[in-house]
Design a protein around this ligand. Structure first.
Ligand SMILES: NC(=O)c1ccc[n+]([C@@H]2O[C@H](COP(=O)([O-])OP(=O)(O)OC[C@H]3O[C@@H](n4cnc5c(N)ncnc54)[C@H](OP(=O)(O)O)[C@@H]3O)[C@@H](O)[C@H]2O)c1
Length: 177
């Protein structure tokens, strides 16, 4: 794609959004990592979650560990890692919380749940989860982690364009409820 779409204005708290890429089987990852390499999707993810630089990303511990050390914490965002392990070691400045509600209550500004499967499932059940930034990846990638189904109350509100990279097609869409 020539130009990345401009993300819509972020939702104000208490509402929050999910950012996720899934394949045609709802697959999102395998062996604790992503299974496709889509540079445009990484740029899209960055532009949605960085915003004005005062936004928070909330992730599960496995997703945190999947980010190579040189790329974490994700810059220009407040990083929140969920874990039930009170002795989890995290770099200075990275926040941890023992539940999604505790993280949501503690972070200010727009919030984005960025995976993985366990945390997405929890977030989709949360009444303040109002938007999904979904990258639809064409094909099936033999994933072992999946995005929980979401109901018909989720309406497609925008098709933000798509493209193809190394024979993998993708499309950025927005759903709201
Ligand atoms: N395609 C995408 O957009 C995308 C995005 C992100 C990740 N992924 C993929 O998803 C996979 C990882 O997903 P996953 O389901 O295995 O792991 P995950 O959701 O990233 O992390 C699970 C861990 O996070 C903590 N946790 C999750 N929910 C919690 C809650 N409500 N309260 C307290 N702690 C909570 C627990 O940590 P403790 O065990 O420490 O208690 C739990 O074991 C990887 O393959 C990754 O690459 C894909």
């Amino acid at each position: 794609m020539d130009l990345l779409p401009t993300p819509p204005p972020a939702l104000a708290a208490p509402s929050f959004a999910l950012v996720v890429a899934m394949d045609e089987e709802r697959g999102i990852g395998k062996d604790g990592d992503l299974v496709w390499r889509l540079p445009e999707d990484l740029k899209w993810f960055r532009s949605v979650t960085v915003g004005n630089g005062r936004q928070s990303v909330i992730m599960g511990r496995v997703t945190w560990e999947s980010i190579p050390e040189r790329f974490r914490p994700l810059p220009n965002r407040s990083n929140w890692v969920l874990s039930r392990n009170p002795s989890l070691k995290l770099p200075e400045g990275v926040h941890s919380a023992a539940s999604l509600d505790k993280a949501l209550a503690s972070c200010s500004g727009p919030r984005f749940v960025i995976g993985g499967g366990t945390l997405y499932a929890k977030a989709l059940q949360h009444p303040d989860c109002r938007r999904i930034y979904l990258t639809e990846v064409a094909g099936s990638f033999g994933c072992d982690t999946f995005l929980a189904p979401f109901g018909p109350e989720w309406q497609r509100t925008a098709d933000l364009g798509g493209g193809e990279y190394e024979d993998i097609g993708y499309r950025f869409v927005q759903l709201d409820r």
